[in-house]
Design a protein around this ligand. Structure first.
Ligand code: M6R
Length: 609
């Protein structure tokens, strides 16, 4: 997803712009560019490919000046190329723009501007903004930006630089994140905190419709109507190192290994001192509130959706409230039945996924109560929802989500237990049993991480197969979906998960000699049935890697290899079984020489539709 940076102050802008963009590389991008005001002109330099190409291009001839903006682009309108890379300029070069989002009415604007004689250099939607600036400017930079904002439709984080007013940068946002870092005699702009954390921890997080005029010694924020907004300084309390690799070869591996801590940090603040009940200070729900909810929707994308599947199981099993689950991009267009008796729970690591945000807004519009479960404080989704529960996983940088998934499972589990406590749907003994199991999970996640050698071996043995299948029933099926997603996104192996009972309805035709099948068998009520399905694939000469709990001495009789995870309650075992699947995906990607943290075509945070 596009990344934005900006600098105005007492130092050279370009070094910060390049450093900031490098910290945003995790968002995914295909080209990069910077623009710096050199005292008389704005010099724009951009290049398709990695940031290194841009660095090479300007090495020895770095743009000089103390005000500038920069961008990493993730192509939507127009293929990745130098010309389509941002920043974009008007015909005169006086106005320079970077943008994250989509200008939906750009085609009609472009036609209008071309008719007026503007010459376009790129195929992007963004470039219309620069030409519109040129068209409407009559000596007042801010007024021109406001006028342009009145003409464009869509989603955006936009940053404007003008040769005519080089003592300020103007920025604004709608549905895309933008943060201002407050320095001493200098200020910073970025899509996300990792870009500025090495320079300052004091930030303003812009809300939709806010408009900031950033000078080196001041930041002036107004709302859409031009009325002043008093912003609260948000102090970033995590370390710069938390956003770095900390000795691991990849962010993904680091984040897999951070899971014991992430799970502990997510659980501990929500357990009462005596450890006998769940505290959800974020919610303070009561019986009356829960009785008013007749239906719950869980809505999310990708890994968060996979976590939502487990969440649905937990809520229905423990709290006995009906749950529907939807992929956010489907939910928003399928006209779901939503009313005041509905609770919509959106799950999103980043809190910025465009479809999830839209689903949340649509639910609110139709009167539903809304709850966000997210990892990013102050994110768009966190701010939009009525209530928020944070997964305290820490920054997740790798495109492949790992610790966000396990902490989302933990939150869904704790939320379900909390709801069941209020609704009286589980006995006190069962609640105590589950809480005891929950307390052990962080240490058990550590245990699953202790012996990775067999997983490395399997990855080497099977890493060059073209297809891998994952099977399981019930919660094992939900985890299979996540295992398959991890493998395909980072190793590019075709990986599919199937409900084991569905095999006979078509997929079995794909099972031939030597095809690896990862079979999860941890759920007692369907254990025998899963074994039968394993026998079906073995009978077609598949190579089966079974995933089971420690005490299981049966599965190894029917499979080629077994990976065991510590024993826990079968409701919590997904938090453990997913770990070897994450590792398997990681080492398969390494075996195949893939760029683990930056998989092709993917972005960390999908802030466009
Ligand atoms: O930030 P979000 O949780 O809303 O992101 C949703 C998906 O884009 C994300 O989980 C994606 O599927 C990951 N790359 C999977 O590893």
């Amino acid at each position: 997803m596009c990344g934005i940076v900006g600098y105005i102050g007492k130092n050279q802008a370009a070094p910060f712009l390049l450093e900031g963009l490098s910290k945003l590389e995790y968002r995914g991008y295909d080209s990069a560019g910077i623009a710096v005001y050199d005292g008389s002109h704005i010099r724009v330099e951009k290049s398709v490919g990695r940031l290194a190409s841009l660095r090479d291009k300007i090495e020895g001839d770095m743009p000089q000046g103390a005000v500038g903006i920069g961008h990493t682009r993730w192509a939507t309108h127009g293929r990745p190329s130098d010309r389509n890379a941002h920043p974009h300029t008007d015909c005169s070069g006086d106005f320079v723009i970077v943008h994250n989002g989509i200008i939906e009415n750009y085609l009609s604007l472009k036609e209008e501007l071309i008719a007026k004689g503007h010459e376009f250099q790129s195929e992007t939607d963004t470039e219309v903004v620069a030409h519109l600036m040129e068209e409407v400017y009559n000596g007042d930079f801010e007024a021109a930006v406001r006028e342009v904002l009145g003409r464009i439709e869509g989603s955006y984080a936009l940053v404007f630089l003008s040769r005519k007013d080089p003592d300020r940068i103007i920025c604004t946002k709608q549905d895309n994140p933008l943060v201002i870092g407050l320095g001493d005699g200098e200020n910073f702009i970025a899509s996300d905190i990792p870009a500025i954390i090495a320079r300052t921890r004091r930030t303003y997080i812009l809300n939709d419709g806010e408009f900031a005029v950033v000078k080196k010694d001041s930041v002036w924020v107004t709302n859409r109507e031009g009325e002043p907004v008093t912003k609260k300084v948000f102090e970033v309390n995590w370390n710069a190192e938390a956003a770095e690799k900390g000795g691991y070869e990849h962010f993904m591996l680091k984040e897999i290994h951070e899971q014991p801590k992430a799970v502990r940090d997510t659980v501990s603040p929500r357990l009462s001192k005596d450890g006998k009940s769940i505290i959800m200070n974020e919610l303070n729900w009561n019986r009356e509130f829960l009785d008013s909810i007749k239906k719950i929707f869980i809505v999310a994308c990708g890994t968060a959706y996979n976590a939502g599947l487990v969440g649905k199981y937990y809520i229905e099993k423990l709290a006995r409230v009906p749950v529907e689950i939807d992929i956010a991009s489907e939910f928003r267009y399928r006209d779901p039945i939503i009313d005041e008796d509905t609770l919509t729970i959106v799950l999103s690591q980043s809190g910025e996924t465009s479809d999830t945000l839209a689903a949340l807004k649509e639910s609110k519009r139709q009167g539903a109560k809304t709850l966000a479960i997210t990892n990013v404080v102050g994110s768009s989704i966190a701010r939009e929802a009525d209530q928020v529960i944070y997964t305290w996983a820490g920054p997740e940088i790798a495109v492949a989500s790992t610790k966000a998934y396990t902490t989302q499972l933990i939150i869904m589990f704790m939320l379900s237990l909390y709801m069941s406590g209020i609704r009286g749907t589980q006995s006190q003994e069962r609640i105590s049993e589950l809480l005891e199991a929950l307390k052990k999970v962080p240490a058990q996640v550590s245990e699953t991480l202790e012996d990775v050698e067999p997983i490395k071996t399997f990855a080497k043995q099977y890493g060059f197969n073209e297809d891998v299948f994952y099977i399981g029933r019930s919660l094992d099926y939900d985890v299979s979906l996540e295992g398959a997603l991890k493998l395909k996104e980072i190793s590019y192996i075709h990986a599919e998960a199937y409900a084991a009972g569905e095999l006979k309805h078509g997929t079995l035709a794909l099972i031939i000699e030597g095809v690896p099948v990862i079979a999860l068998a941890t759920q007692k009520n369907v254990y025998e049935k899963t074994l039968s399905n394993i026998k079906e694939v073995k009978a077609r000469d598949a190579v089966v890697i079974g995933i089971a709990a420690e005490g299981d001495n049966e599965l190894e009789k029917y499979v080629d290899h077994v990976i065991k995870v510590p024993e826990t309650d079968e409701l919590l075992i997904p938090v453990l079984t997913v770990v070897p699947l994450q590792l398997l995906a990681y080492y398969a990607a390494i075996t195949r020489g893939c760029d683990v943290d930056k998989p092709r075509n993917l972005a960390k945070s999908v802030t466009v539709e």
